[in-house]
Design a binder for this molecule. Structure first.
Ligand code: DP6
Length: 327
């Protein structure tokens, strides 16, 4: 049987991937750094069969829309090209990610699909190869191949062969707390893919992003090596704010924050004023992730839950990389 099941966990960027130099190959303008989380994941089974004339995509127990199936099938064609096997598959994917609430599932989704798909095809790919494959489904997916603290090196080559992720620290090397703050849901206006494209093409602030992101990355990596939480917190918060500043300069301008986002940011600053080290980061949506040390996680979670616009707060820690499940 040509089938396999894999699980991948979602990741949160401390230093953001923002902008592509090649949209087809998903090659980034800058390197990025993330933590793979232990609570949100996608489990995907892939079963190839000579009996099929097209891919079938089942998402969370239901036949996916045509639009979603087309996207997945495009990625499956990459696997078909790489393996030289022209076979179609049933792809059955379940997210344990609050997707409707704007938590990204594309990273865990494409990482799990890359792992299950290549294994089902008997490709026996190493993690670096998997990372390069997953990247071509969604850039941030290349980081979810690994657990713990992960860097995606942007690479310089035009063919993308040097653009992949690698692990910096294992999950157990440094236990931090990541609180995922779920705000009252609002529809997402500008998807990350479109947002980064518009910013690269039109925002005068994008040059400032590129000028400083490498320094931020090096600072964050030093902080990881030294387990210096204050140093890490300051650089990750500043980096997120810079990323979001570029969107304000785009044409037409856009912004991912809502008033609830600002309420959470304010609460984090107030916690800091009381001596608790907590720092926020925000991706391409209104929801906020707050980082703190395990000794403070309870008080930080309580304070965040007190904010009226906050619906829920999920507590995460650094999690594992790809895992394969028995059939
Ligand atoms: C803001 O990986 O979702 O979350 O490569 O177009 O699929 P595509 O984009 P995606 O972008 C993530 C952007 C970000 C920052 C990050 O995760 O590094």
């Amino acid at each position: 049987m040509m089938e396999a099941t894999a699980r991948a966990y979602t990741n949160i960027a401390l230093i953001k991937y923002w902008g592509k130099r090649d949209e087809q190959l998903f090659l980034p303008m800058n390197s990025s750094l993330s933590i793979t989380l232990d609570q949100f994941y996608t489990t995907t089974s892939v079963q190839f069969c000579t009996c099929l004339s097209a891919d079938i995509f089942i998402l969370n127990g239901q036949l996916a829309s045509e639009q979603e199936t087309v996207k997945i099938s495009r990625f499956m064609s990459l696997l078909r090209d790489l393996s030289g096997k022209k076979l179609y598959a049933v792809i059955d994917s379940t997210n344990k990610v609050p997707t409707a609430a704007g938590f990204a599932s594309s990273a865990s989704g494409y990482a799990a699909l890359a792992a299950a798909g290549t294994k089902a095809l008997g490709m026996d790919s190493d993690d670096q190869t998997l990372s390069k494959i997953a990247r071509q489904g969604s850039g941030s997916a290349c980081r979810s191949i690994y657990g713990g603290y992960v860097e995606w090196q942007k690479g310089d080559k035009e063919d993308g062969t040097d653009s992949y992720a690698h692990q910096i620290l294992e999950a157990q090397d440094w236990n931090l707390s990541i609180l995922s703050v779920l705000l009252v849901p609002e529809p997402k206006e500008v998807l990350s893919r479109e947002g980064m494209k518009r910013t690269v093409e039109t925002s005068p602030f994008y040059a400032g992003w590129l000028d400083t992101v490498e320094v931020d990355l090096n600072t964050a990596k030093s902080a990881l090596q030294q387990r210096d939480f204050e140093m890490l917190g300051n650089v990750l918060e500043g980096n997120a704010l810079k990323m979001h500043a570029t969107t304000l300069g785009a044409n037409p301008p856009f912004m991912y924050w809502t008033s609830a986002t600002l309420d959470v940011m304010q609460q984090v600053k107030e916690l800091r004023a009381t001596g608790i080290q907590a720092y926020f980061t925000i991706d391409a949506g209104p929801n906020v992730k707050v980082l703190c040390q395990p000794k403070d996680e309870q008080i930080v979670q309580e304070k965040l839950k007190d904010i009226p616009a906050v619906q829920d707060v999920y507590l995460c820690h650094p999690g594992p990389g790809i895992t394969y499940l028995p059939q």
